[in-house]
Design a protein. Structure first.
Length: 321
């Protein structure tokens, strides 16, 4: 099957929007929306770096989509469209069919549509690059640079689950129940970014926000740098799932491991203290957990504290190079 046959059979059915032109043209178009800004984000994942070559194709597709939706959520944007670039070391139609099925499931779950992209062969590992597009009310995109001294720091979800799943895949010893093991490995394969919380509520309460992908401490450091403030992070407040606590324990070293591992795809954000009731209500309506984990102070960088005293973290987070 040639490239055009692949497009017609597998990807054209995902291109629901009229602007995609049924993937029969060289480009697509997005109609402007008065009163809204277009928010754009792109991420790439590759075999042996972000997923295992033997992972189910549907979970690979969903991870590729969701790492991008996480960025849009952290900006307060509602996702709408995406472009897909797929570099395949070999063409196996069974794999491709399952991959496209995973894309279709996430399109239905998040209300998004394929606009176009490119498919090519590669001598390197399987690589998937997605560019996601979303809309936010004009001037309301939540940036990294808005945190104010006196704000409270929050994070959605739990931290470290994906790293726990990766450790299990790498055969780190454990005595977990099957349900705990499957929960952690599932979070590594398929992230759960708080898309609807970000799109519907974040812009109403947050002063600054960041997608947690390189590690909670590292990404809060990016937010602190952009906002020219210091973030004081209470290590004991960092939320972790029961499964991860059963795996790594409750010691400070275990918490720091979770907070520096990356691949969480949650939202860390700051907000004035008087917004807490609204934040709790929004989290309840979205069906997610949001935890208060620190404060914004005068200064710079991130200071991790334990029982009120500064604590040295062995590293900040994931390094791409």
């Amino acid at each position: 099957m040639d490239e055009f046959g692949i497009i017609a059979r597998y990807f054209a059915p995902l291109a629901k929007d009229a602007g995609a032109l049924k993937l029969k043209d060289d480009a697509a178009f997005i109609s402007p929306r008065p009163g809204f800004d277009l928010v754009i984000s792109t991420d790439q994942i590759a075999a042996d770096t972000d997923f295992f070559p033997h992972d189910p194709p549907a979970t690979v597709a969903k991870k590729a989509v969701r790492v991008n939706l996480s960025d849009l959520a952290a900006k307060g944007a509602m996702p709408e469209y995406y472009l897909l670039n797929l570099a395949l070391p070999s063409l196996r139609e069974e794999w491709l069919a399952d991959f496209v099925a995973g894309l279709g499931e996430d399109q239905r779950e998040f209300g998004i549509s394929l606009l176009g992209g490119d498919t090519s062969a590669t001598e390197g590992p399987l690589s998937i690059s997605i560019t996601a597009f979303g809309f936010v009310p004009q001037g309301k995109m939540v940036r990294r640079s808005g945190a104010k001294v006196g704000d409270t720091v929050y994070v959605s979800g739990t931290i470290g689950d994906s790293a726990g799943g990766l450790a299990i895949f790498k055969r780190e010893k454990h005595q977990l129940a099957d349900t705990q093991r499957d929960y952690l490995t599932g979070r590594y394969q398929v992230p759960e970014p708080p898309v609807m919380f970000g799109a519907r509520s974040l812009g109403r309460v947050a002063t600054a926000s960041v997608d947690v992908s390189d590690g909670l401490i590292a990404d809060l450091g990016h937010l602190a740098d952009a906002s020219k403030v210091k973030i004081e992070l209470d290590v004991e407040a960092i939320p972790r799932s029961e499964a991860l606590r059963a795996f790594w324990g409750d010691g400070v070293d275990a918490i720091l491991r979770a907070a520096t591992a990356g691949d969480d795809y949650q939202i860390a954000f700051t907000a004035p203290p008087e917004q807490e009731a609204k934040i709790r209500d929004a989290a309840d309506r979205a069906g997610i957990q949001v935890t208060r984990i620190g404060l914004v102070r005068v200064g710079e960088g991130v200071v991790v504290t334990h029982e009120g005293q500064p604590l040295a973290a062995p590293r900040q987070g994931y390094q791409h190079f």
